[in-house]
Design a protein around this ligand. Sequence first.
Ligand SMILES: C[S@@+](CC[C@H](N)C(=O)[O-])C[C@H]1O[C@@H](n2cnc3c(N)ncnc32)[C@H](O)[C@@H]1O
Length: 312
Amino acid sequence: MEDSFPCAAPGCESTGSKLCSRCGKAAYCSAECQRKDWKVHKLQCQKAETPENRISDHLAKGQLFSAQEALQQLEKPNARLAAELEEKLKLGILSEVIADRLSLQPARYGLGYVAAKDLSAGDPLLFDTAFCSAPMDGDQEFYCTIAEKSIRKGHADRRASARVDAQADFYYDSLLKLCTKDSHDRATLEGTEMEADTREQILVCSIAEANSLYCTEEPNFAALYAAGARFNHSCAPNASIESSRSRLLVRAATAIPKGMEVTISYLPPQLLSEAVGFAVGVVVAAQRTHQWRLAPDRSEASEIRRRATPPP
Ligand SMILES: C[S@@+](CC[C@H](N)C(=O)[O-])C[C@H]1O[C@@H](n2cnc3c(N)ncnc32)[C@H](O)[C@@H]1O
């Protein structure tokens, strides 16, 4: 930079050789002078419209998908921003409705996502980070492991900053608001006298069972995503999922008009395509693997079970 810029800190007569990385306008001779001047400078410091600053904004707002996309488009890789993104992904407490494409609303089965604008096939809709995950073939049911891990993580106060703690608490609170397994009545559970810890264990276990999703990229794992869990199931879904132990991306699989519910399949595609005749095939396949259970209405479920059970 030109030598003629004076250091912007009041009283300093040195030459400013480093520009403020945020606005790119004020010049300082040293980090110390920049620190001293920050109280005044911050009142006029406007973030320059650079791709790096846009990525910082996305990261600050927890929009990790948008940050990742913008990082990939940078002409020169930026190791600092990439490391910040990785840190945030690891926390497992952030989700992003991409480009305001979805809204959470009352739907056919409880709450569900509805297209907030006309969507095209392939549009990314929701990015979420897994709060916890577990193998499907562990010593105990995967949802018990997910519940145990979730409770530990939900109560931990070991994070990097108060802000991260607050976000983690918010994410855990939204997990606690997810629906319980169909046969578990939340009001009964909440009204029954028992230790608070025991109630929480039963509640989170039921939530983990009703809301965990299979991992398409790591087929032996299931994971619990607080925002992703709000999608309802369809055997002819209009959205698809790409999921791993740490991340979930939901994309429109077809064009979806504004106002239509966006659905995913809770079953891995191979189970859906193996199914001979919709419900019976799916339920039998799911029971056979002991992994996935659909939640049709109860009379339908018992009729399916009756038809699916071979005569003695
Ligand atoms: C992962 S949650 C989906 C979001 C849920 N509707 C909510 O309000 O949070 C799964 C629960 O939604 C309901 N559900 C989702 N899809 C369904 C479907 N196709 N048929 C019946 N119930 C469904 C069931 O109660 C199921 O246990």
